[in-house]
Design a protein around this ligand. Structure first.
Ligand code: FES
Length: 85
């Protein structure tokens, strides 16, 4: 479990082991477009601001991962992860 922080909305949402950040955002009513939900298409790619993302996509380069992540499949190595949402 980690805590997802939405910087622009000032929201904090827990993400459990069995759910994705995309699931949690959808349940919270935060608009996020997804398509493949497998880290392939790049539709859900979002800028991250703080934390230590556990990237699990196959669409971003290492340079892109330094600033962005695929919300459908990334997780967090640390207790909190902040997104530019
Ligand atoms: Fe396709 Fe996330 S929805 S990469």
């Amino acid at each position: 479990t980690f805590e997802l922080i939405l910087q622009r909305r000032q929201m904090r949402l827990p993400v459990g082991p069995g759910e994705s950040m995309a699931d949690v955002l959808q349940l919270a009513g935060v608009p996020l477009e997804t398509l493949c939900e497998q880290g392939v298409c790049g539709t859900c790619v979002t800028r991250w601001l703080d934390g230590e993302p556990d990237h699990r996509d196959s669409c971003l380069s290492a340079a892109e991962q330094a600033t962005h992540l695929a919300v459908c499949c990334a997780r967090s190595h640390g207790p909190t992860l902040t997104l530019d949402l």
